[in-house]
Design a protein around this ligand. Structure first.
Ligand code: SF4
Length: 178
């Protein structure tokens, strides 16, 4: 099974720099998530794991100086997590980046087909498990484009302005619509 072999290779390579695979996944998530989604609960939903695992993962990353936790500015009882500059630097050595680069070198049409097929497979798998899509903001049904050439855009759900950078990030509230 092709997917299984690819997953096995990725799994074998996901122990670089003294980090566990879940710790790498958390770093990748935090690098891509928007400011409304960098919380322990959103990370728990994204990884499809338990709160305890996420809590231990974040504590380990914090001890290594790769992430920093702070009270959320909007909801003081909630925590907001960010990568530190050290965490961003470590992600440049992401062990699975070589696979991503191989995918990027495929011919354009093959790359598009691969992205569409994997996206359809992931959507179907998540639907069966009632998982949230965590899609890219600009593909959300609440995304309102005010300036097609760049930000600020607007979130119709949260009622806040969105920058061009926000529009490219993944979000726990993203809803692709019907
Ligand atoms: S438009 Fe959708 S994806 Fe973007 S911030 Fe709002 S809810 Fe999240």
């Amino acid at each position: 099974m092709l997917l299984e072999r690819l997953a096995r290779i990725l799994q074998n390579e996901a122990h670089a720099a003294g980090l566990k695979p879940t710790q790498w996944e958390a770093l990748r998530y935090l690098a891509r998530a928007n400011r409304f989604s960098r919380s322990p609960s959103a990370l728990t939903a994204y990884l499809g794991t338990t709160k305890g695992t996420v809590s231990q993962t974040l504590m380990a990353l914090e001890r290594k100086g790769l992430v920093v936790k702070a009270p959320d500015t909007a909801h003081r009882r909630h925590l907001h997590i960010d990568l530190t500059p050290e965490g961003e630097r470590l992600l440049l050595q992401d062990p699975i980046a070589a696979v991503t680069r191989s995918a990027e070198q495929l011919p354009e049409q093959q790359r598009r087909h691969l992205a569409e097929s994997l996206s359809a497979l992931l959507t179907d798998t998540l639907r069966q498990r009632q998982g949230r899509p965590f899609g890219v903001c600009r593909t959300c049904r609440f995304f309102q484009t005010q300036h097609p050439d760049g930000g600020p855009h607007r979130c119709g759900l949260l009622g806040v302005a969105l920058s061009a950078d926000d529009s490219q990030r993944i979000c726990q509230e993203q809803d692709p619509g019907p």
